[in-house]
Design a protein around this ligand. Structure first.
Ligand code: ASP
Length: 313
């Protein structure tokens, strides 16, 4: 059988072992596993990396546990604004949306921008118009609402009011993403997020910025990031991995490690990323306590992990 690889993430941060009940832990693993299965089934049948990453991210967007789509975090004004992007490593075609609310699957809105317009990024109502024209399903506010995210907003706002910054990344943010190498050796990446709890209205993070939170090029790698978005943008995190591979001849693993540990890790850029190269190598480094993540390849071994160390399932 031809080789393929798929990796997914569901956000990174201080994933407190104490607050992660056994039941919740199982649900996270199940959510990641469902996403991997969706992408795996496409790749196994010879489908494209782009279709696989889109399907995997849709599964994560539909799962309220993750900060994306259903279950997205709230801005300081109590609304949800979502960002998403896709990139196709064959052609470097890309599509992105910022600050949207309504489409059930923001990643499909990003893909519609890539496929149906001559632009890379659209925001707000104009992005939504592309989703409508593509016939994508929309949902109302109650579908996207979760009490846990609402409560997180209230506690972040209360801390802010008392002059304290909320430094718990687990509560503050989260993102989902997928990268794949298909049986043809084509790469793709997709990332989707609700952003950061209590972010300013209109704030756009790294997720839809091509080269920052999302990147794919068959010559080097496909990358999807999660973490402190402003730092990912300033360090051009995803594209920097590709640049290190192309210009310095570094391996995927070395390039990704450098960006996560040095560029991001030493500059307040808490987070991590998943990346794959055209040989199907996968790496999933993070510089914080944990990252919801998983991978599968043509051997059909599904692995999902949350913290560092030997708790892979
Ligand atoms: N990177 C995302 C953002 O800044 C948040 C996250 O991944 O946790 O919007």
């Amino acid at each position: 059988m031809s080789r393929f690889s798929l990796a997914v993430h569901g956000g990174a941060g201080t994933i407190n072992k104490a607050s992660l009940t056994p039941d919740l832990e199982v649900r996270y693993h199940d959510g990641l596993r469902t996403a991997l299965q969706a992408g795996h089934d496409i790749l196994q049948q010879g489908g494209s990396a782009m279709d696989a990453v889109t399907a995997a991210v849709c599964a994560l967007e539909n799962e309220p546990l993750f900060n994306v789509g259903r279950g997205a975090v709230f801005t300081s004004e109590g609304v949800q604004e979502m960002d998403a992007a896709v990139m196709d490593g064959r052609t470097r075609a890309a599509g992105a949306v910022g600050g949207i609310f309504g489409p059930r699957n923001p990643v499909l809105n990003a893909r519609a921008v890539m496929e149906n317009t001559e632009h890379v990024m659209l925001i707000g109502p104009n992005a939504l118009q592309i989703a409508r024209e593509a016939g994508l399903p929309f949902e109302e506010a109650p579908y996207f609402f979760t009490q846990a995210r609402w409560d997180a907003l209230q506690s972040t706002l209360a801390m802010r009011a008392s002059g304290q910054e909320d430094d718990d990344p687990a509560r503050r943010h989260g993102t989902v993403g997928a990268v794949a190498c298909d049986t043809q050796g084509n790469l793709a990446a997709a990332t989707s997020t609700g952003g950061m709890t209590a972010k300013a209205p209109g704030r756009i993070g790294d997720t839809p910025i091509i080269g920052a939170g999302t990147f794919a090029d068959n010559e080097t790698c496909a990358v999807s990031g999660t973490g402190h978005g402003e730092v990912f943008i300033r360090y051009n995190a995803a594209a920097e991995i590709a640049a290190r591979m192309r210009h310095a001849g570094e391996s995927l693993v070395d390039a990704a490690h450098h960006v996560v540990m040095e560029d991001l890790g030493k500059h307040d850029g808490s987070g991590g990323l998943i990346a794959v190269d055209a040989q199907g190598h996968v790496t999933m480094p993070f510089n914080c306590e944990g990252m919801y993540r998983g991978m599968v390849n043509e051997n059909g071994n599904f692995e999902t992990s949350i913290h560092a160390g030997p708790e892979t399932r």
